[in-house]
Design a protein around this ligand. Structure first.
Ligand code: IFM
Length: 447
């Protein structure tokens, strides 16, 4: 693994940082924004470990000029943010809310002015509550509403946004949001959640078409992937791991990249599946991939609602979230993706990062050396994959800012910038300066 200032990544490699609307914006009741499933979910006692919500979080809605200035100082090539659908269409359909359009219009112009290429995600989990009330992603109509919303955003920003990611982590929405219920909308439907996957995929395909019709340049994905490892060599654990791999990784990548579902899954899907798969498998300009760690899987005990148990893979150091630090998993994943899908377009790492809880010391310094080590080793892992022939074109660190980490509230800090949630003061951490140096060194060595 090659580490060090420039990591030996190819010339033109993009360095970026990522965020998401509900996790950083706050201002959930301002300027006509409608309620989202995350406003509802966080209001239910016991859903979020610290009882918090995204009502204020980093207050990016008001402090975005300061955040763009931070991005400029960081020197990134690109910034991945998400658009809050309920700011654009407060009930998920119908005419656009001008104040919502204006917010993203200004943000994109400011990024371009700072020399930063905007990457926009259309759906990073904040579904308008009105759509959920009509069935949410269990309802095919939500995919059509999503395409209408994509067309609105394509018309507004198609000429200025460099990269589009229609749906963030459809697997997490399906499995955690509708399958086991730890994320909004908090449904525990087990295998009854499979139609959600189909409608998210259909929404992705329809949105790609709508964005292209509006003149969008580069359209891709932002899918969470993980190498899946059986926790023992037993036949039961190997079978359970293979099923989980099909659900976590292949359920989304196979339809998008191969135009078919993994064996046995198409029958569980609603609607005209064969026809829908033609829509889902739109050609893409890049494949956006989010990686954090490998997943360990063992067979579940008799009588469990699903036949697998997911657990941390032992033998690795862990982040403050308890997630294994396994950079080689990223190399393995990238190599495996290109072996499984030889026609995969160029890959962008749309998220990678780690949670460590350090705050400012008496001198105001946030010494987060473990984050530097994590990012360094994962950039090295990307370079290893490139050396093995994988076409990776960029890396977006999760996250620019500490932010609202969903059901874990404010207990996990993923940012290059520390946020004091009482004062909203931003303090760049040591990892911020380190990442800025990496970007500068890369430009210097490959210019
Ligand atoms: O914070 C999340 C992000 O919203 C989606 N990908 C994983 C991150 C860390 O859990």
């Amino acid at each position: 693994m090659q580490t060090g200032p420039s990591h030996g990544l190819p010339p033109g490699f993009l360095f970026g940082a990522s965020t998401a609307s509900y996790q950083i914006e706050g201002a959930t009741t301002e300027d006509g924004r409608g309620p989202s499933i995350w406003d509802t979910f966080t209001a239910e006692p016991g859903r979020v470990v610290d009882g918090s919500s995204g009502a204020v979080t980093c207050d990016h809605y008001h402090r975005w000029p300061e955040d763009v200035a931070l991005l400029r100082r960081l020197g990134v090539d690109g910034y991945r943010f998400s658009i809050a659908w309920p700011r654009i269409q407060p009930t998920g359909s119908g005419p656009a809310n001008q104040a919502g359009l204006d917010f993203y219009d200004r943000l994109v112009d400011a990024l371009l002015e700072a020399g930063i290429a905007p990457m926009a995600t259309l759906y990073h989990w904040d579904l308008p509550q009105a759509l959920e009330d009509g069935g949410g992603w269990l309802d095919r109509g939500t995919a059509s509403r999503f395409a209408e919303y994509a067309a609105i955003m394509g018309d507004l920003l198609g000429d200025r946004v460099a990269h589009w990611c229609p749906v963030n982590e459809p697997n997490v929405v399906t499995l955690n949001g509708y399958g086991e219920g730890s994320l909004a909308p908090g449904k525990a439907l087990e295998f009854g959640a499979l139609p959600v996957a189909h409608h998210l995929l259909l929404g992705h395909g329809l949105a790609v078409q709508a964005l292209r019709a509006a003149g969008a340049r580069q359209v891709g994905t932002a899918t969470n992937h993980a190498p899946v490892l059986p926790l023992s060599g037993s036949e039961a654990d190997v079978t359970a791991a293979s099923l989980f791999d099909a659900l976590w990784n292949r359920l989304f990548a196979d339809p998008v990249l191969l135009g078919r579902y993994p064996d046995g899954i198409a029958d569980a899907m609603p609607g005209p599946v064969a026809e829908d798969l033609l829509t889902i498998a739109q050609p893409l300009d890049f494949y956006g991939l989010n990686y954090y760690n490998p997943q360990g899987v063992r067979a579940a005990p008799e009588g469990s609602p699903v036949p697998f148990d997911v657990a941390a893979v032992p033998g690795y150091p862990t982040t403050d979230f308890g997630w294994p630090v396994a950079p080689s998993g990223l190399t393995d994943l990238l190599v495996e993706m290109t072996e499984r899908y030889p026609q995969i377009p160029p890959i962008l790492i749309t998220e990678n990062g780690c949670s460590y809880g350090m705050g400012p010391d008496a001198d105001g310094v946030v010494d987060d050396q473990p984050r530097i080590d994590y990012l360094d080793s994962h950039l090295g892992a990307v370079a290893d994959a490139v050396a093995r022939g994988v076409d990776v074109r960029g890396y977006y660190c999760w996250s620019l800012l500490d932010n609202f980490e969903w059901a874990d509230g404010f207990t996990q800090r993923f940012g290059l910038v520390h946020v004091d949630y009482d004062t909203l003061v931003r303090t760049p951490k040591r990892s911020f300066d380190w990442y800025a140096d990496v970007i500068r060194a890369h430009r210097g060595t490959t210019a």
